[in-house]
Design a protein around this ligand. Sequence first.
Ligand code: GLC
Ligand code: GLC
Length: 658
Amino acid sequence: MDEGDRTRRQAAKALARLLPRVQTTFQAAGGAAQDWQAFETRVTREWERLFGLLVVLYGQQYDFFYHLEELLHAAARSWRDRAGWLKQRDAAREANPDWFQSQTMLGGVLYVDLFSGTLAALHDAIPYFKELGLTYLHLMPLFAAPEGNSDGGYAVSDFRSVNSHLGTIRELTALAEALQHEGISLVLDFVFNHTSDEHEWARRAQAGDPEYQDFYFLFPDRAMPDAYERTLREIFPTVRRGSFTFREDLGCWVWTTFNSFQWDLNYSNPAVFRAMAEEMLFIANAGVEILRLDAVAFIWKRLGTSCENLPEAHLIIQAFNALSRIAAPAMLFKSEAIVHPDDVIKYISPQECQISYNPLLMALLWEALATREVKLLAHSLHSRFQLPRGCAWVNYLRSHDDIGWTFDDGDARYVWIDPHGHRHFLNAFYIGRFGGSFAQGVPFQENPDTGDARVSGTLASLAGLERALQAGNPEQIDLAIQRILLLHSVILSIGGIPLLYLGDELGTLNDYGYVAEPAKADDSRWVHRPRLNRAALEQRHDPTTVAGRIFGSLAHLIALRKAQPALYDGDMEVIMTGNPHLFGYIRHHAGQRLLIIANFSEHPQLIDGNVLRMYGPGTAFVELNTGTELAVDGVLTLDPYRFVWLETVAGVPHTLPS
Ligand code: GLC
Ligand code: GLC
């Protein structure tokens, strides 16, 4: 009997023993018979996988079976309490598991306080979300968090109550239901790497309770922190050096990867896994359809490693995945791994995170905009875009976070780029330390030792709109707007779910006011987290305004995207355009074939008709943006920062000369 057989036998035995006990409790608490049946079916389907994962993680613990039983009880309770409309969703999503591959998908993300003030007030914005075409709405962290600096809500003090400034759990659930009624899926964060130091678990640890001290990593002296730090990367080096914080009240060093008030959870303790699983299921039942798994890379630590992307991190996420398949099957996981592309991809599978941010595309689009060349973008995506079946990228240009240059050094060298020098150039370019740059960004977390830095700034400011408006230069304004549209054209067509950072559709500029607020002053990411610009919102239908020009063109592109069958799912083939400034790719699906080409330079660029013909033989092209048939006279010319979505029309002889 091999290891696998043994685990299977063990799993079956455990289930046979535990399930009747869980059923008794379920029924005693008033759970309905048909609900139990659905639960039992799903548990039986997922059990072997879940058990197998947990055995590897926690099988050596003396109280393993106790935790296992408690976990099953918790899953059953959560399923029992799940609202009827969510159970309907579960069934619908299980019947159509590829729902999120549709070209009609479009994401948006916003801060409730900065956009509408409160959850209740957000209802009034639903017509705007529909006007934009959103089908996915990510509300930035909204759970209870410390007053003042809470890392934008990423320090959670209670996963079961909404920050009182924003509303209540009841209002959250009502909003989720209202959104789903309009075809919009609610997306929330699961900030599971750490809690705030005000979370009840942290408070109990501070009070000396050893049970809760084991929820975190506490060290009496510097011996272990020093040993770990030999191989750790500093995430917020300007906030505090190293990854540990000394707590006077405890006389201990606490592991704090991010800010000092964000205490890393210790997942080697099965009680932590179980407690967080319960919090996850609670959030699921609030009506969340996509759960953003925050900072996935950091959740497991081992001495002598970087403590990022360790194998156990994957096992933990997979175990959460199996649990959610059991008790909240409509919910998808979105991975937030802003790390090396080889590591990003490892979180993406139907059994782990079905969708993931695409930080490589994001970084390389900005890279191409700075260099006006697409070689690194084309080369990297050629081999790194493909995902396993049943998974999708979330393609974004800006988020609430900084831009880090997460491309692979080998990819860069392959196209004759020195990776180290290039990152320095890109930082200099985007923080305005490079003569002639159009960009207006702010450095984030410059490391005094390594010189490393990341970049803050809104899409519009980084794309040149801020400088152009300051200079009052109409040509520069045109170019900046065209850059903004160019980048959006790519995320709307390249394959996956495009995600808008709301405000960008109106050309929102940097807001430097954060430096006057003590709780924000040290964190330059606030420069790109401004309040909703109501004036710009009002102008969105006025084509004589900058906001109106951006919004109008973007709305047109979004509508276009939604109408193209070829843009379903994420199959994409990068093409060799033969011009260093032109990025091109092919999308096809359901009999439609699109050839998309984008000019990353501020000069007109040509593409040889022979190249086009190579990718669409025996066809004519229709340019979808303008709806015109393309008469190409040997070459196709793309104006500065222009893009074309070419549909190859089968059967019609092409207009290119042979
Ligand atoms: C994620 C968030 C970031 C936050 C960090 C710590 O990376 O996107 O904003 O600072 O996690 O929670
Ligand atoms: C690092 C982390 C990422 C986090 C970011 C916040 O890049 O890898 O998870 O979002 O820092 O600045």
